[in-house]
Design a protein around this ligand. Sequence first.
Ligand code: PLP
Ligand code: LYS
Length: 424
Amino acid sequence: MDHFDLRDGVLHAEDVPLSLIAEEVGTPVYVYSTATIERHVHVFREALAGVADPWIAFAVKANPNRAVLATLARLGLGADVVSGGELLRARAAGLAAEKIVFSGVGKTADEMALALREGIGQFNLESEPEAEMLSAVATSLGVTAPVAFRINPNVDAGTHAKISTGKSEDKFGVAYDRALAAYELARNLPGLRVQGVAVHIGSQLTDLAPSRAAFEKVGLLIAELRANGHEITTADLGGGLGVPYDPSLPLPPSPAAYGEMVRDVTAGWNVRLVFEPGRVIVGNAGILLSRVVRVKQGSADPFVIVDAAMNDLLRPSLYDAWHHIRAVVPRGPSFTANIVGPICESGDTFAKKRPMDQVEPGDLVAFMTAGAYGATMANTYNSRPLTPEVMVSETNWAIVRNRQPIEMLIAADDLPPWLDEEAA
Ligand SMILES: Cc1ncc(COP(=O)(O)O)c(C=O)c1O
Ligand SMILES: N[C@@H](CCCC[NH3+])C(=O)O
């Protein structure tokens, strides 16, 4: 439960009762614990003890809230970004440019120019044409881009198909058997300085064996590249370590076990290792706080209708993801219910036939493990405002992204000239 503690039957975020936040900010609202984020960074770092000078680049996509990024910046982390927007957010939060790596298959020339001007630490290139584009952009700016190729090791990560990234049919990385040729190409392109190899096979990984297999391929490639005269100084092992969502399932590998595997596979590589953890840092540092609107009897199990919906937390409807849902103040015996949101799609279902705490209209419920890929995937479907976010630190708490009033969403739409007059 980390720092969302149950005390006297009440769920607290650090030392702030969630009921206070719900009253003042309204629901649904994401709540993050600073202490839990700090602890997770500490645990991840400890797990890498013995790895010389690890470069920990937080995967910004997992939680790009500026307060979260600023917390990580204060702890000395870098960032893995996948868009110009993420890069700007990371910089605005105070993350050092030289600790930023830039991943993604579709970087545009504008995004490359932005990253070059900022002076980021590494571009993880995902194709030969991307190398050619970066070479042209860097040359036009008169700078040199530090690059690695992300290779596709053709390894099945054993995770949900939509978040698996290391199989040959996935769009990511350069096919392993094309890698040597890609490095030859890059060596001869002006404006590029080849420095590393990168890999990332997927997210919510619950078995270390596929990662080990992928890393072993990276090790072989580094040896071949060096034999061909390339100077390889970094190896980016990506992110992906899973977190516990469903308490009835076996625990995913611990950061310590992951660290041990990494040390074992990379012994003798003589490179600076880069890590891109996202979920493992923030997943269990956040909850989505919601209120029960009503309980409706179905022909079988009751429907608990809450004020959070698939637009606030997309994971259950997109990946059939499981989030533990608990009453903030338990009322005693559990019952079996379907937990749903108000959106007009049957996919707006958080849990089916779920044994859960007894709840009544007005009660607060917490969706646990919602700190990663929660608020960042929220949207305004059904013209619902974007979910606000709150950060707690000991006895302090603050809104770190406000709920946008629906008036703002309406005002954001411009009318074309031929409708403008009519509306006015
Ligand atoms: C390139 C890259 N790095 C890092 C991550 C972070 O993954 P996770 O949040 O599972 O650690 C992802 C997402 O899967 C990614 O695509
Ligand atoms: N959005 C996914 C993770 C995607 C990882 C991105 N590479 C999830 O919620 O599980």
